[in-house]
Write a protein that binds this ligand. Sequence first.
Ligand SMILES: Cc1cc2nc3c(=O)[nH]c(=O)nc-3n(C[C@H](O)[C@H](O)[C@H](O)COP(=O)(O)OP(=O)(O)OC[C@H]3O[C@@H](n4cnc5c(N)ncnc54)[C@H](O)[C@@H]3O)c2cc1C
Length: 409
Amino acid sequence: MATGFSEQGLRIHDEVRRFVEHVIAPNEDLFYQQLAETGIDGYPPILERMKGQALERGLWNLFLPHLRADSPGTPLSNLDYAPVSEMLGRYSFGSEVLNCNAPDTGNMEILNLYASDAVKQRWLAPLLAGEIRSAFSMTEPDVASSDATNIGLSIERDGDAYVLNGRKWFSSGARSPRCEVLIVMGKSDPSAPRHRQQSMIVVPRATPGVSIGLEPHVFGFDERGGHPEVVYRDVRVPADNLLGAEGDGFAIAQARLGPGRIHHCMRTIGVAERALELMVTRSLERATFGSALAHKGLIQDWIAEARIEIDMARQYVLATADLMDRVGNKAAATEIAGIKVAVPSMALKVIDRAIQVHGAAGVTQFTPLAHLYAGVRTLRIADGPDEVHKMTIARREIRRYASDFHIGR
Ligand SMILES: Cc1cc2nc3c(=O)[nH]c(=O)nc-3n(C[C@H](O)[C@H](O)[C@H](O)COP(=O)(O)OP(=O)(O)OC[C@H]3O[C@@H](n4cnc5c(N)ncnc54)[C@H](O)[C@@H]3O)c2cc1C
């Protein structure tokens, strides 16, 4: 297994392991019971209680490598954070308990890096404290958004304000009453060079002109906070809400997505571990044709392959996290793209086999497997489809042999 964790990292790993074992895991059923009572966008009281316990122990905001001195929590390197994120990823609400949940993590990072002091005070501080949630609003129903230069929502300067007009969707979490702020990407100068046309801006959810439209479900599951369409009609926000300078939007999106992608992969390793655990326990409990499923060579093959593939994927993620710490996110772009393709596919294979071992029960709501499968399947599209990441990797690989090679243009 990978070495190189810091002493602080190893200590935090132990603390998080104990916290997951004694606080998160035993409260999973209660969380879902309370969610059924509060409704999908409600806030189960047990979540608030667990968050309080995590904050008390300093197990908070662990994802942010450069935490401000006056913020709650303990900053970790990407490498030290990886096992933490994996442990939390086993539970759908695990990351939220430690204030390490998407999309708030990515949003906090870019607010930290690019927002004015006043905007940080107004929006970053309550996000770091876990008091509010946020959404990231880039994808649009009307254009192929995997090429972010297609984004069409307009951001126009008008005196001391910017005015937004356009339509987004899959702004994850935006339907939640706790979601008080959106980070929106749009086009501020259609005449600028292709990657300088876009800007990113902070939009308080309560601003007149912001409304929720379509509410897409994911394979039939309605998720907490949803992935709604958000309509922006003559939405006016102060010019100070712009992140960075006009034209920085594309670069900021790239900066945001690097850490966001590796966090997804770390959590997904946790999901795959959980599916393997369910596969093994079920194979010990069920017998066909005279022996438990665990005695069948074919099932043993699936179990062994799952163990090998999870461990290989984990090493790839850890090596990428280490690279990001040493050379920065931009220089680690190939590896980040690589894990974003490899890890969800690996986890889908493991979950699929775990479903198979469960027979009919595997596709029902009585095990977590169907929901896990749906969640991981979206990761082959969300934060960039596999094909786009492969294009990035292939372009870099081909350029080693033909330095002036361009794909598609
Ligand atoms: C569950 C979920 C949550 C999401 N959360 C958010 C969020 O919070 N905020 C947000 O802004 N967006 C979010 N998204 C949207 C996601 O990032 C986009 O769906 C994704 O970037 C793809 O854009 P698109 O849907 O417009 O697909 P398109 O751009 O229309 O692409 C369609 C397909 O074309 C293929 N393709 C594209 N380029 C190439 C290529 N170069 N070569 C070969 N094939 C190619 C791929 O198979 C791709 O899936 C989420 C999506 C999902 C499913």
